[in-house]
Design a binder for this molecule. Sequence first.
Ligand code: DCP
Ligand code: MG
Length: 434
Amino acid sequence: MRAGTRAGPTPARDTIRCVKPESAGAWRRIAHLDMDAFFASVELLRYPQLKGLPLVIGGGRRQVDEELLAAQGERALRFIPVAEFPLLKDYVGRGVITTATYAARQFGVGSAMGMMKAAKLCPQALVLPVDFDEIRKFSRLFKSTIAEIAPQVEDRGVDEVYIDFTDVPGGQREGGRVLARLIQKSIFEKTGLTCSIGVAPNKLLAKMASEFNKPNGISIIHEADLESRIWPLNVRKVNGIGPKAGEKLAGLGIHTLGELAAQDPQFLIDRFGKATGAWLHAAAWGRDDSPVVTESEPVSMSRETTFERDLHAVRDKAELGAIFTRLCGQVAADLQRKGYVAKTIGIKLRYDDFKIVTRDQTGEAHTADAATIRKIAGQCLKRVPLERRLRLLGVRAGALAKVGEMPIYESNRPFAQAGRAWSATEFIAVDQLF
Ligand code: DCP
Ligand code: MG
């Protein structure tokens, strides 16, 4: 290794704190997965004839791309001759590159570089704009593919996630390599895209490891690899050491993580403050206990509206009815868009004296159907006093389940029947229910 001096730190057995989950008796294995040249690779699915060529993605949609599409049509995109694609050398504008294929990176072009500057380095590179709809589609697809195999997934943006391998079958085999291979293969089969995965005792090391064998690579890091594989790296490789901290460290003669690890923690605390100084030292020693944070499932989804003027249930029946139906439709659309069904439907009213009242009904079947929700919410509405005028009306769907995760007998049942099965369980609740 090249960690400063011969007297540099030697990793002790306990250099990386591994949290041993009591349930499984297994050591923590955390993966970081990052898609390869993501925006460019998504375009290559559409234009496979460009594979292996230098390609940069950047700039807004341009006339030339529209013409390309209009002339050839979606169906024939893969047969458009390479010569018809726009070249970077012909680009004029202030756009920056979002990403470049590995073939283009060889010329020194990459993310965040101005396109006209990049054109000087690689004039023959092809250039295509970002298609955000397509990017979002593939982002969702690769993430759902992972979640089917390993449920503990932390979303870190459009093309990267952390995955907790610890208790997943295969997650410990060969340090995580077996599961990483399975995930790579599944993503490729579902999307045609490649990714790179690092597996390590924690997120900090996994994030560094995923870059070691890019593209389409897997890197396995164990505690014992700290000296040989982590300490030679520049301090900037740590997620969280940005340009400013990197510069300050360089000013102190600290360039590699080994050099950072060799510092007395107090030296770093004196210069970076207590929290950052201590964190820098811990990071250099590969210590990180932060958990993989999976997105919490929503407990309920609701829509509510405060009226422009207070409405009366009888005198403003038509207006109130229309708003009520709209709210139910919005809740149904929210559920459907996010892939949920609800077992409990409730309403909330706020009277002109600001008192709040809620009612709900829980049934045996789930629903995401607007008409069913409207019907049940209407039954709830019949159970509240309606003499006073109303300031606010809300509709809430609770007791949610993911579509496909409710019992088979229920998922086969048409939603329309759900209403009939509902039994009334009534209670008056407070605001936070919504
Ligand atoms: N991106 C962007 N602007 C940047 C950096 C990236 O719009 N300055 C976009 C384009 C990338 C995507 O985010 O395709 C993911 O970023 P990565 O840093 O993971 O880069 P790539 O996936 O393109 O390449 P790599 O194979 O190095 O991960
Ligand atoms: Mg990437």
